[in-house]
Design a protein around this ligand. Sequence first.
Ligand SMILES: [Fe+2]
Length: 249
Amino acid sequence: MAPLSYEEVKALSVEQLRERFGKERSDAIAVNGINHVAWVSSDMARTIWFWSEGLGLRLTKTIALPDGGQHFFLDGGNGASVAYFWFPNAPKGQPGLTTIDLSNLASGNFSTAHGSVNHVAWNVDADRLREYRKRIAALAVGFVSPMLYHTDETETGYAASRDENTTWESFYFTGPDGEYLELTAQTPRPFTPDGAALAAAHAGHRMSKGGDDPMSLDPNVRIQDKDFFDNFSATDFDLDYPKVTQESS
Ligand SMILES: [Fe+2]
């Protein structure tokens, strides 16, 4: 097949995009999954507390940056790392641009700025999802969504419970800097090539108040365990980096 120019690709419909690009190509670069995703942390101690103390991920490497900052890595499973930069003078994040704006979640708006990473999802075993969700909620760092059952079969892209049409079973949560994260279990159900509902899919981020799930009641909830952070010392970790003070926003 002759290569297409950007203008030619731009002229294609979504159906034509699937037709043209929905199959494996012999000239593809051979990527073997993700090595690391790197976020920017406002507070290295807090980020490590969340991932290592809270969720048990091993701190695998720290790299001192020339400006006094740090680049650090946590074991993200299967050879992948969860990586962060701590830049001493990085600008503050802005909800709605660098991260999703939790206050817009109830209306189904979860957009972020061009070039931002909207969210990152990790595979976990389906039978651990609920336990992990409780564990993350107990850290009281930020938002934790209800359990979600993704499907192509409903208008919202979500179903009330797992059934034979479930594509992913997952929940979303925020990290210490509002980074939007997801733990997911993809079902063996094969992808359908399109998904009418996919257009509206993440509108299912609309999280209704009420229900029997105490952790899903308020999408605006941002809890900070102030007591913990007030008494938290970065020197608890054997790391050589300047102590960062917690800034409350
Ligand atoms: Fe996702």
